[in-house]
Every structure is written in C-alpha cells, then in structure tokens.
Design a protein around this ligand. Structure first.
Ligand code: UFG
Length: 344
C-alpha cells in the first residue's frame, strides 16, 4: 500500500481527495495547519471511509517541522500539495502573505523531496493562469496571461518553480493540475465546502443565501459579452476533481507512464453563467435565491471553460457528475451544516 502525503488535506478539495485515495487503498498522511479548515473534517473522512488518516498539524512553511514529519512518516511515495491561501481579494490586500505561504511551502517540499527520496509531486494549480483566453474552450498549451492577482501569480510562479526544479534534476516527477471551479460536496454530506466568514466564491454564497444565513447574493455584472450578460465558468464537482488526483498519483507511481512534468486541465468542458447556476440551483433545491445584479467585481474574467481532452486521453479521466447533481450535493451539505449547528 503506497503512502501519500496530502498537504491541506482537511480543506475542501483536500478532504475529498483523501476520501478517494483511501477508497482506493492508499495510506494517507495529512499535513494541515487548520488555518482555513476544521479538525472535525477528520471525523467526516473516517465516517465515509472507515479509516482515520494520520494527521500532523504543521505549517508547510516550517521547514524543520516538515523535515521531522518526513522522518516520522517514512516511505512516502507521492505528495499532493493543496496547502495554500486561495482568496483572490485577500491576496491583493496581503500579497506577501500569499507569496510567503504559497511559494515557501512549495519550495520547502521540493527541497525536502530528494532528501527523503520522494520523487512524485502533484501540484494544485488553477485556470486562473490563463486569464481571459483568446480561444475557448481553453487547452493546456494556451498562453499564460499576466496574473490578475498575487494569488494567481503564486500559481503561475509555482508552476515555473516546478518546471525549473525538474529541469535541474530529473529525479523529480510531477503532475500539475489546473482546476476550473470546484463546487459540490461528498454524497454522504459528511464533508463539503466550509469557508471561514463571508464566502468569496459563488456557490457557498448561493447556498448560504438559500438557507437564510445571508440576506442577498450579489451577482457581479450582467453587462459582459455573454448570452445573459453574466460571467461564464466551468463548474466541476469536487468529487470528480478528487478522483483525478488519484489517477494522477497512479500515473506518477507507474514509472513507465510519465514524462517528468505534465499539465492537465480539470474541468467539465461546459461553461455556465452565474445566472444559469442560480436558476439551476433554484430548480434542484426548490428554494428561491434572493439575488441582485450589482457592478462588476474587479479582476473577474468574462468567460472561461476547459478543454479536458488531454486529461481524458492521458489520465483516463472525465467529469461524470451533472451540474444538477453537483448543485444538489452542495445544497444537502448546507442543510446538513444547518442541522449540525442547531444541535450544537
Ligand atoms: N460571483 C458572483 N457573486 C458572488 C461570488 C461570485 O456573482 O458573490 C461570480 C463571479 O463574479 C464569477 C463567478 O461567480 O463570475 C465565479 O466566481 P468565484 O469567486 O466562485 O470563482 P472565480 O471564477 O473568481 O475563481 C477564483 C480564481 C480561482 C480560484 C477560485 C477559488 O480564479 O483560481 O477563485 O478561490 F481557484
């Protein structure tokens, strides 16, 4: 049984990936400093899989503690590196926090890998690296555009650091995954998205408005060059996204299959507007969402959706869940959270 280190393993995508890894028989060690997640996530993972993963409360920026962690958990075969700050707006206000946390943690891991004989590295990147693509759907070879935020820049620089490191030392093997917009929750509703404070992202804001935690959802702009004027994204079920990580790890562990670094889009291939998401959510939940059209949000891309053909052909991966099912899972999760907070 291969042992996988998952940094940020109690976070949104991380926790769903830990479940899929454990379901496939991998042994998981989570490193997370709980800066944007809750230790209770481990209970959810255990309820779903019957296994409580090893957990270390460590900040990946702390090189010495990470070194000790590798000493303690010997024979790690691969790393999936989720741990990072991800709020676009906050990154504009606190750029150094983002450069430090997102890049120092990456550098620490890459430095520690050869010392502890860990070859394989999966990196969480983002469709944000494409900016507004000239051609849609966007393929992996589309040009990287100037980053719109320090957060986006950390993903671009992160990818470059990985390429340069591998170029200098062919010991490493890496898969870079560019996520489109992950939403939804595990079908068990034991784990899901749990943003701290006021959500930045669309879906948690939609579900929190529907349940009555927020008065009104602001739709940022209806004057874009899209059919209904609102922005278009490629919303992907987090469990589909999680499964791609398992395939990426398997590909890295299969020595023959990989060139040293490969990059994959992880999206459905289908773009939906903000207003279409709201309408579909209302249909599957039976709840009206109180929303208002407001001005554009600074830095938003007008439209982007993935061409996932490469992940399909090489990783054997496709996004299977419908957007209806995905939105339903997010709603069940939000309702479950409300039940839990009532009983506390
Ligand atoms: N939106 C609203 N109202 C809201 C929140 C969002 O109308 O309250 C709109 C946005 O304007 C955008 C769409 O919903 O058109 C999606 O916005 P999100 O904030 O959910 O996600 P982004 O597409 O902005 O993605 C960004 C980065 C990603 C990053 C992601 C999660 O580009 O790299 O946030 O942090 F992964």
């Amino acid at each position: 049984m291969s042992k996988i280190l998952v940094t940020g393993g109690t976070g949104f995508i991380g926790s769903h990936t830990v479940v899929e890894l454990q379901n496939e028989g991998f042994e998981v060690v989570i490193v997370d400093n709980l800066s944007n997640s809750n230790i209770d996530v481990l209970n959810g993972i255990e309820k779903i899989t019957g296994i409580r993963p090893a957990f270390e409360n460590i900040d990946c920026v702390d090189y010495v503690s990470m070194d000790r962690m590798f000493e303690k958990h010997k024979d790690i075969q691969a790393i999936i590196h989720f741990a990072a700050n991800k709020a676009v707006g906050e990154s504009v206000e606190k750029p150094l926090l983002y450069y430090r946390n997102n890049l120092v943690s990456l550098i620490n891991l890459l430095q520690l890998m050869p010392i502890h004989k860990v070859k394989n590295f999966v990196f969480s990147s983002s469709c944000t690296v494409y900016g507004q693509p000239d051609i849609l759907p966007v393929t992996e070879d589309a040009p990287i555009k100037l980053a719109m935020s320090p957060y986006g820049n950390t993903k671009q620089i992160g990818e470059e650091i990985i390429h340069d490191t591998i170029h200098s030392n062919p010991f490493y093997r890496s898969i870079i995954l560019r996520y489109f917009n992950p939403i939804g929750a595990h079908a068990s509703a034991e784990i899901g998205e749990l943003p701290n404070g006021v959500p930045n992202n669309l879906l948690p804001f939609v579900t929190q408005t529907a349940i009555g935690l927020r008065k009104q959802l602001s739709v940022f702009g209806d004057d874009y060059n899209t059919p209904d004027g609102s922005c278009i994204r490629d919303y992907i079920h987090v469990v589909d996204l999680a499964k791609a990580h398992v395939l990426a790890v398997k590909r890295l562990l299969n020595e023959d299959a990989n060139t040293n670094v490969e990059t994959f889009n992880l999206g459905t291939g289908r773009g939906l507007s903000v207003l279409e998401i709201i309408e579909t959510f209302e249909k599957v939940s039976g709840v009206k969402v109180n929303y208002k059209i407001v001005g554009r949000r600074e830095g938003d891309i007008e439209k982007v959706w993935a061409d996932p053909t490469y992940a399909n052909e090489v990783l054997g991966w496709t996004a299977n869940e419908t957007v209806e099912e995905t939105l339903r899972s997010a709603w069940v999760w939000e309702q479950n959270l409300a039940k839990r907070s009532k009983s506390e």
